[in-house]
Design a protein around this ligand. Structure first.
Ligand code: PGA
Length: 253
């Protein structure tokens, strides 16, 4: 195992209003102990409308959880109706921003170059981008998984100066209850680590956390985390249930 500290991120997607979000975070915190925060870096990424409420709860109750956003726009300000800038997020103590989630790529047509600009915007506001990559089932069955993921990675992290996280999320495993086998996820994480070595050098590649995402649950997390190149998880559905999310975070126990 490396020195990389495990990172577990809850991606709530478009779920919960701000009142429900407050309850979810409080329930989660009741289920966690100080040692959990010491051993794992925990991030919750609610919809934009809940960020401010959760920020206040985390600060008032001194909960050492971090706040993530699910998206960002690369311009600093201006006539971009419906968008949110990196500086606006950073001002609310958002520390992580998910960029290039497969849902954004597939439903909203985001390209690697868009993802790259978003990651740069996050870094410029001192936030850590979580760059998502992953192949579809068709691509996997055609034996293209490694090539697709490597291409996405190269396009998305081009010229990034600063620390970022990579999330490997095979599209066929997201929200399907069908997680990648830990061996397959580990193989792709190794491919990503190798790609990182080539693009950003060995030292930075060693420091970069690689997460697995796609139907992570309290049962499969242990085997996934046992793989040396998997440093954490990006959790969707199960992160909406405080009991499940807490036991994922406490996978060691
Ligand atoms: P899931 O989603 O855990 O519900 O499969 C993961 C993700 O999309 O980040």
């Amino acid at each position: 195992m490396s020195d990389r500290r495990p990172l577990i991120v809850g991606n709530w997607k478009m779920n919960g209003n701000h009142l429900e979000a407050i309850q979810m975070v409080q329930k989660l915190s009741y289920r966690l102990e100080e040692t959990d925060y010491e051993s794992v870096e925990i991030v919750v990424a609610p919809p934009f409308t809940s960020l401010r409420s959760i920020q206040i709860v985390l600060e008032q109750d001194r909960i050492p959880m971090k706040l993530g956003a699910q998206n960002v726009y690369w311009a600093e300000k201006g006539a971009y109706t419906g968008e949110v800038s990196a500086t606006m997020l950073a001002k609310m103590n958002v520390t992580h921003v998910i960029v290039g989630h497969s849902e954004r790529r597939a439903i909203f047509g985001e390209t690697d170059s868009d993802v790259n600009k978003k990651a740069k915007a996050a870094l410029s506001a001192d936030m850590t981008p979580i760059v998502c990559v992953g192949e579809t089932l068709e691509q996997r069955e055609a034996g293209e998984a490694e090539a697709v993921v490597t291409n996405q990675l190269n396009g998305s992290i081009k010229g990034l100066e600063g620390a970022f996280v990579v999330a490997y999320e095979p599209v066929w495993a997201i929200g399907t209850g069908r997680n990648a086998l830990p061996e397959d996820a580990a193989l792709m994480a190794r491919v990503i680590r190798e790609g990182l070595r080539e693009r950003v050098g060995s030292d930075r590649a060693e420091l970069t956390s690689i997460l697995y995402g796609g139907s992570v649950n309290p049962v499969n997390i242990k085997d996934l985390m046992a793989k040396s190149d998997i440093d954490g998880a990006l959790v969707g559905g199960a992160s909406l249930d405080p009991d499940k999310f807490a036991s994922i975070i406490r996978y060691r126990i």
